[in-house]
Structures are given as structure tokens and as C-alpha cells.
Ligand binder design. Structure first.
Ligand code: GLA
Length: 674
């Protein structure tokens, strides 16, 4: 199996963000010794190093970084070298205050934190480009250079800037998208509320306004803002490609889905990277993490890099729980099981001062005689045993469709209900699939769906007819689809599909929706099956669909709540409400069975996750016990050594496994399945 990580590092990428500029050089030798002892193979260097290399505009001092890079290569540690553009030095804002970003209400975001730049600022871009050129040229041939780390978590703090420079860039972007003002007026429905523009020059960002903003303007601004950041990324990438054509580039995506459109960004990364910070206080945290890992893997359909996670507690929530003993290891393997070829942390040495001084690190304030160091070092030693897994991936029979633009749109204002969070909706559909232990790719609706046996569409509110047609064709050709309410309602400019809801999906689903009847906050409606619906209900008039469940009380009593429609060679199931968890699971289980999708491993104890990675080099079954107590798991038939079948071996211990495997509390087994 080809593996970018193996090619660049010889094995797993294991390490952390390394910020040596925060420490005197006397500490660096100890850093190297501790890294070696912990099995570190790669560190991300220089992410916030701009002020340390360019103390004054145009005057570079790379001395300290040269010495760091030399030490890394002398110790056989690769550098994921940052382009350093994530946090401009104070002199940039001091000399060019116009580079500072503005909020929609006009507030200027000051220096003193980080990410205080307007992505559209030509001044920021010019200084960033000059720095990237200098860094790239300096380290192009350095033996430690393994990977380029462009910027850091684009859009994490400032996804949108509303300043005048951004306004002007927005107008240029609109010119490219619409050609002329008439097309924009048409797309934005500006005859409404006297919003008609006479010229593109009159258009502004959706700044603070007296009442509801034009939804198409708001949505386009989100698209524009993601593209403005993408332009910054591409500007840097182009420099790196020119200077170091053979060094792969990445940038680290963040968990919150709504900032940049990662589906649009992903084709521009050589490898997808993700920063994962599950909250130990949150009961569903491992399922939420799994959802994001399935999204990251599906972006390329290849291994991705867990570029940051906390060794223990973070410091940026209101209450920051440490990871319990064994949790960091277990959660790291969860990422590996779901396709990660790297396990990296933020950060190497815990900062003494600054806003992250209480964020955990591999080397805490207490030094290496601490739980964080011992547990991470133990994992580093162990990961080497998994080198054969590098390059393999997860073969998912189920797709969960989640579209960025539609998600932005459905979280807008002046909709039938304000309770339509895309993240929460996606998760409500993902959770039962996780519990059923089926592998899922989280994808955008434009990918090739034909390879999936079941496609789940939690909510696709904004969709153009051509994209909707892909889903219709998927079912016509024999696919199985589960769709939930308020899908297929508007196009990508938020104009309603006329002729009855849900416009492009009416024939597919075999009914029409006459009216939406959203429930009040916390409201519930009884279902005939004995379950309840939450969030939403709607007045459905069947036209061919079979009714699986009905509303049992309220004004819609007796009307369809869950339907099933045989369409072409396939089947489309529809949920006109958000059913309770058990009902949702029953609907999805039925669809999985009809689609012929089986669990990776049946009859597992609750809280045990099973994921298989496979590639040309073999198959590995990851069993992850999220319980504190031990459990017994039956391996699939034929995997034990008996009767000539290849014996499954636990790669972590080398033990040949029998038909039953004992998993310790928070334990992990990685069974090589022949
Ligand atoms: C993000 C950033 C890091 C650091 C961590 C803390 O992932 O990229 O620089 O701030 O959060 O959790």
C-alpha cells in the first residue's frame, strides 16, 4: 500500500506541535532526548513563529529555527514545517491597521490574540507571501523537512471579515459568480423589500442591519469568505510547490463544521489533516469524534492525519476535563481505526505563560515524570507495531450526505423553525449507524454515490435540481435512500422550488408536503408505533408512498410520519419528523437490512466500537472498548487459528487470538485478519 506518511517518515507520524521559541535553547537538548524516548517521528514547528523570525518587516532571522531543524534531523525527527502565517506580529497591525478583521457590527478585532488578519487584505497577503517564500527557500533542502503545514486552522476564530477591503473583494467575487448585476438581482430575489441593486458597486457584506438580511446575500458571503481563505491557502501553496515541488502540503481542519467548506478545500491538500478535541465531559463524545473522522477520511477516501489532539485536558472550554487513564490511548486508536496515519498532539512542552498555559502537553509543567508523558510515550512505542496498517483505509457501504452550503443555509434566519442545526441533525442520523457498527463515509452530495448500498440524507434543504437529480438517479438505479424532512426545499440561491414541496424529491418520495408544522421548543408528537416525533411535523399527501408510521395525536393525527416508496429499482424512506432514538434506529436498521448492509461485527457488547481498515497488505479489525469494565468479544467465524483458517493476531501484543477476545476496560485490540 502506498503511504505518504511511510514514504516521508518511514513509519507512523507521531509527535506534537513544537514551539521551541517559547524556551531557552538549553531546554532543546532535553526536548530531543525526551522526543526520542517517546518515539516521536514528526513535530509541527514554527506555527506561531512569525514574530520570532521577522522581528521587523523584511528582516529575517532564521538562526534559532536553523538550529532547531538541525537538531531534529540529527535525531531522525521529521518537521511538519509551518509557513508561520497564522498570527502576524504586532508590527503589521501597528503599521497597517487596515489588515485587522472586522465583525458584522463593525467591531475591529485587535492584535493581542491570534488570527487577527483580514483574509482579503492585500497587505496581509503580501507580507505572508514574502515570509512563505523566505521560509520555503531557506528550508527547501533541509533533511528534516517532511511536510508543509500551511497557516493554522483557517477560519477557526475569524471565518468572516466584514471590513471595506472584504466588501470590495466580495463585489469582485460576485462579479465572477454572476457576471452582471441583473443576474445577481435575479439570484438574490432583490425585488423583495426594495433591495434591487443598480450596480454591483452598491453591494455590501451582510453587516448588522435592522431586520432579517437577504438570505442569498448571507449565504454567498459565507461562500465568499471560505473562498477568500482558500485563496490565501492557494497563494501559499503555489509558492511552496514552485520552491519544493516534491514536498507534500497540508493544512489542519478544525472540528466545527461551519467555518470553511472543507469539501471544496480538500482537493487542494496533498493529505487531509484534522485537529480533534473530544470533550471528556460529553457522553457522546466518541461518537461525535467518529463522525468527524469519517468525514475527514471520506474527503480523499484515503488515510488522513490526526495533526492535533490534547494529551489530556484542553483549557478553552468553560470546564476542562482531563482524559482519564487509558482514554488518550483508546481515542488515538479510534482515529487510527477510522483512517488516521498520524497521531499528533497539541503541544510538545506545556507553555509557561500565554493563553494556553493550562492546556495539557506531552511534557507538562511537571516534566516527564507525569501521566501525560508516560502515557503518550507508551503509545509512541506501541504505534510502531502498526506500520503495516499505513496506507490502508475503511471501505464504507453507507454514505451520510452533508452539504456545506445547505448547512449554512438551514442555520439562517426566518425559516419555519430555528431548531434545524445541521450538526445536530447529522449526528442524530449518524448515532444509530455508529451503534449498528456499520462503516459510514460522510460525503457531499456531489460525490459518486453508486458505490454505496445505503445513502442517508439527514437534511438537504438547499439543493439545485441537477444535484437533487443525482440522488433521484441513485435510487432509480437500485440504491437505498433514507431522507429526513425539509430537504429539497430551495435552490443554491435560497429560492423555493415551486410546484409543491419537496420540489425535486416529490416523485422519488411518492408524496407532496402541503405545509410545515414545526413543533414548539422541546415539543413532541406521538407516533402510531408508540414512539414520539420531535422538532418537526408536516402535512403529507401521499401519492404512491407506503406509510410506515403515522402521527398519533395533535392536528396531524392519522397523517403519515414515516414513509417508504419503491422507486425505479430502489427504495426511498422518508422521515417527516425527528423520531426518538429507538424509532430512528429501527428505521435505519430496516433500511440497512433492505440494502444488505451488515455490521462489521454483530452482537457486540454496548460501548464497543469495531472498525476494519483494509488495503492490499491485509485487513485489520480494530476493537475499541469504551467501557470502564472488561468485555468479551466473539471474533468472526474462521478468524481463529483452527481448521486451516489464518489465525487472527493482535498486532499490539503479538498474541494469536482465539474465537473469543477479552478486552480490558478502555482496552484496544487490533486483530490482523489474515
Ligand atoms: C488548536 C490550535 C492550536 C492550539 C489548540 C489548543 O487546535 O491549532 O494552536 O490552540 O487548538 O487546543
Amino acid at each position: 500500500m502506498s503511504s505518504l506518511v511511510r514514504d516521508r517518515l518511514g513509519g507512523f507520524a507521531f509527535g506534537a506541535d513544537y514551539n521551541p521559541e517559547q524556551w531557552s535553547e538549553s531546554v532543546w537538548d532535553e526536548d530531543m532526548a525526551l522526543m526520542k524516548a517517546a518515539g516521536v517521528t514528526m513535530v509541527s514547528v514554527g506555527i506561531f513563529g512569525w514574530a520570532a523570525v521577522e522581528a521587523e518587516p523584511g528582516s529575517y532571522d532564521f538562526g534559532w529555527l536553523d538550529r532547531v531543524m538541525d537538531r531534529l534531523s540529527a535525531n531522525g525527527i521529521g518537521a511538519c514545517l509551518a509557513t508561520m502565517t497564522a498570527s502576524p506580529p504586532p508590527w503589521l497591525a501597528h503599521r497597517h491597521p487596515e489588515t485587522l478583521p472586522r465583525r458584522a457590527d463593525g467591531t475591529v478585532l485587535s492584535p493581542g490574540s491570534r488570527q487577527h488578519y483580514c483574509p482579503s487584505s492585500p497587505v496581509y497577503r503580501e507580507h505572508a507571501a514574502r515570509l512563505v517564500e523566505a521560509v520555503a527557500t531557506r528550508y527547501a533542502d533541509h533533511p528534516a523537512l517532511a511536510l508543509w503545514h500551511i497557516n493554522n486552522e483557517y477560519g477557526c476564530h475569524v471565518p468572516e471579515c466584514f471590513c471595506d477591503v472584504s466588501a470590495s473583494a466580495f463585489r469582485s467575487w460576485l462579479g465572477v459568480r454572476y457576471g452582471d448585476v441583473d443576474a445577481l438581482n435575479d439570484a438574490w430575489s432583490t425585488t423583495f423589500w426594495s433591495q434591487r441593486y443598480a450596480a454591483l458597486d452598491e453591494v455590501l457584506p451582510p453587516r448588522a442591519a435592522p431586520s432579517f438580511l437577504n438570505p442569498a446575500q448571507v449565504l454567498d458571503y459565507k461562500r465568499f469568505s471560505s473562498d477568500a481563505l482558500l485563496e490565501c491557502y492557494l497563494m501559499e501553496k503555489e509558492i511552496l510547490r514552485r520552491v519544493t515541488p516534491d514536498v507534500p502540503v497540508t493544512t489542519n481542519f478544525v472540528g466545527a463544521w461551519h467555518r470553511i467548506d472543507v469539501a471544496k478545500w480538500a482537493p487542494h491538500l496533498d493529505v487531509v489533516s484534522y485537529d480533534s478535541y473530544p470533550d471528556p465531559h460529553e457522553p457522546d463524545t466518541v461518537i461525535q469524534a467518529a463522525f468527524m473522522y469519517d468525514r475527514m477520511r471520506a474527503l480523499h477516501g484515503k488515510p488522513w492525519l490526526l495533526l492535533e489532539q490534547a494529551p489530556s485536558a484542553v483549557n478553552w472550554r468553560t470546564h476542562n476535563a482531563p482524559k482519564a487513564p487509558g482514554e488518550m490511548r483508546l481515542w488515538s486508536y479510534q482515529a487510527v481505526a477510522r483512517g488516521a496515519d498520524a497521531v499528533m498532539y497539541f503541544q510538545w512542552r506545556q507553555s509557561r505563560g500565554g493563553a494556553e498555559r493550562f492546556h495539557s502537553a506531552m511534557v507538562p509543567h511537571g516534566g516527564p515524570i507525569t501521566r501525560a508523558y508516560t502515557e503518550t510515550a507508551a503509545l509512541g512505542a506501541e504505534l510502531g507495531r502498526l506500520d503495516a496498517v499505513l496506507g490502508s483505509t475503511v471501505d464504507a457501504p453507507v454514505a451520510l450526505v452533508s452539504d456545506w452550503s445547505s448547512g449554512w443555509a438551514v442555520q439562517g434566519s426566518a425559516l419555519p423553525s430555528a431548531d434545524l442545526g445541521q450538526e445536530e441533525t447529522d449526528f442524530a442520523h449518524y448515532r444509530p449507524l455508529w451503534t449498528a457498527r456499520v462503516a459510514v463515509d460522510v460525503v457531499s452530495p456531489s460525490v459518486d454515490l453508486s458505490r454505496y448500498r445505503l445513502v442517508v440524507v439527514p437534511n438537504l434543504y438547499a439543493v439545485d435540481v441537477a444535484v437533487a437529480e443525482r440522488l433521484v438517479e441513485y435510487v432509480r438505479a437500485g440504491g437505498h435512500l433514507v431522507m429526513s424532512f425539509f430537504s429539497g426545499i430551495v435552490d443554491s440561491a435560497e429560492r423555493v422550488h415551486l410546484g409543491g414541496y419537496p420540489g425535486p424529491f416529490r416523485d422519488l418520495l411518492g408524496f407532496g408536503v402541503d405545509e410545515f408544522w414545526p413543533l414548539p421548543p422541546g415539543g413532541a408528537v406521538a407516533l402510531g408505533s408508540g414512539g414520539v416525533g420531535t422538532h418537526w411535523s408536516e402535512w403529507i399527501t401521499p401519492a404512491g408512498a407506503e406509510v410506515l408510521d403515522r402521527f398519533a395525536d395533535g392536528e396531524l393525527a392519522g397523517r403519515p410520519a414515516i414513509t417508504r416508496h419503491a422507486f425505479g429499482d430502489g427504495v426511498a424512506t422518508y422521515l417527516a419528523t425527528r423520531p426518538d432514538e429507538a424509532t430512528m434506529a429501527a428505521v435505519l436498521d430496516r433500511a440497512l437490512a433492505e440494502a444488505g448492509v451488515a455490521a462489521v461485527l454483530p452482537d457486540l457488547p454496548a460501548g464497543v466500537e469495531a472498525v476494519e481498515r483494509r488495503g492490499s497488505g491485509g485487513r485489520w479489525l480494530f476493537l475499541l472498548n469504551h467501557n470502564k469494565h472488561a468485555v468479551t468479544v466473539r471474533l468472526p467465524e474462521g478468524s481463529e487459528g483452527a481448521e486451516g483458517a489464518a489465525g487472527a493476531v493482535d498486532v499490539l501484543t503479538g498474541d494469536v487470538l482465539g474465537a473469543e477476545v477479552e478486552l480490558a476496560g478502555r482496552g484496544v485490540v487490533v486483530a490482523r485478519m489474515g
